[in-house]
Design a protein around this ligand. Sequence first.
Ligand SMILES: Nc1nc2c(ncn2[C@@H]2O[C@H](COP(=O)(O)OP(=O)(O)O)[C@@H](O)[C@H]2O)c(=O)[nH]1
Ligand SMILES: *[C@@H]1O[C@H](CO)[C@@H](O)[C@H](O)[C@H]1NC(C)=O
Ligand SMILES: *[C@@H]1O[C@H](CO)[C@@H](O)[C@H](O)[C@H]1NC(C)=O
Ligand SMILES: [Mg+2]
Length: 428
Amino acid sequence: RLERRGEALGARIQSWLARADFSQPPWSPTRRPAHLGSRAANRYLLYDVNPPEGFNLRRDVYIRVASLIKTLLKSEAWVLVLPPWGRLYHWQSPDIHQVRIPWSEFFDLPSLNQNIPVIEYEQFLAESGGPFIDQVYVLQSYAEGWKEGTWEEKIDERPCIDQLMYSKDKHEYYRGWFWGYEETRGLNVSCLSVQGSASIIAPVLLKNTSARSVMLDRAENLLHDHYGGRDYWNTRRSMVFAKHLRVVGDEFRRKYLHSTDEADRTDYNEDWTQMKVKLGTAVGGPYLGVHLRRKDFIWGHREDVPSLHGAVKKIRSLMEKHKLKRVFIATDAIVEETEELKKLLPEMVRFEPTWEELELYKDGGIAIIDQWICAHARYFTGTSVSTFSFRIHEEREILGFDPRTTYNRFCGEKERNCEQPTHWKIVY
Ligand SMILES: Nc1nc2c(ncn2[C@@H]2O[C@H](COP(=O)(O)OP(=O)(O)O)[C@@H](O)[C@H]2O)c(=O)[nH]1
Ligand SMILES: *[C@@H]1O[C@H](CO)[C@@H](O)[C@H](O)[C@H]1NC(C)=O
Ligand SMILES: *[C@@H]1O[C@H](CO)[C@@H](O)[C@H](O)[C@H]1NC(C)=O
Ligand SMILES: [Mg+2]
């Protein structure tokens, strides 16, 4: 029975893929900004992030790099090559292949492309004539640090501080992780010390190098150009989850949480540029949404993370306060902990994927389904400084929820002053 369910899901994804239009390269000459003309060839920007960083911080780094692309596009035709997903520390589900995952498994590419020109790595390989990246810049901070009170934006070519994660092969090309593409080589690798926001590197890319493909490794060293500003939110809104994941989340909401877009007033427009909702208009499904982060968040004995008992106490009081009979819990807790949770809170609902679903959607897809369901709850509470919770906050802003139903977090039992996440406004 389970197998048949898996097959049906597989067939559904196949049929969506069949209907999607991949015939047009996303970045076709007709889509080039007019001021760039049509003759000059594209240049390619690639990037990667420090290996220990998780899925949801990586989603934030994408926003920073997208902002850099927007700056570059004022002068030249650049395309962002999406870094394949894989080998993430938290994606430990055994026996499933979790490297070289294209972005289209998690995000809607046409939506990303309405913000900046993007292509998958495989398309870069096909277009650029081989697995070669002309220039790799490893971004690092300044060896001398920065003197207090004298913050200035700067970027300089400097000797590499840490041991280089690239090594030369017998042809003097550089081997490296390259998202699990073993055959990829960098033709030149050097280090840049950087202190500043993403676009500070634009002049270097435009003037200091003529390399056609440039990779920025450790791109998390770049800060946001304008955190929370118009460009930030446009990019964030363009990061529409892949349709097959949204559909699974929506079906789960309907079946187990009595939640539909019509009743909840969370109408979603496939085209994010057309989605104009006012904050406070979304009602949300009749359930409490909870993100309860465990694992490394409790191993560090952090003061701002609750015990299971503490969390359940808070959940019960929130359900009572908001007159909600149902509670959906997204968590990375280990089995022993979820068993205990179920004992303390028998009515709780979780999205528990079958093996087939896990294989199809992978850990990243399951995380997105959890986030999507939390994003549609009438009231949400997350875990302190979890980027997983932050991405749910943003999704709820986009859907039009009143911020008061969104920016809430659990507190540790020993926390004296339990400050709630500050709220930043959408600026259109
Ligand atoms: N499915 C699911 N996965 C989770 C949940 N919480 C954490 N994870 C997993 O753990 C990772 C947490 O790392 P990250 O994305 O960096 O978020 P952060 O560490 O909480 O800031 C996620 O990417 C997921 O793979 C959850 O509620 N549901
Ligand atoms: C870029 O070129 C300028 C002008 O030649 C030079 O002053 C600057 O140091 C270079 N920057 C980097 C990061 O190479
Ligand atoms: C490699 O890149 C550095 C920094 O841009 C540059 O100074 C150097 O000349 C390049 N080496 C080769 C062989 O192109
Ligand atoms: Mg993390």
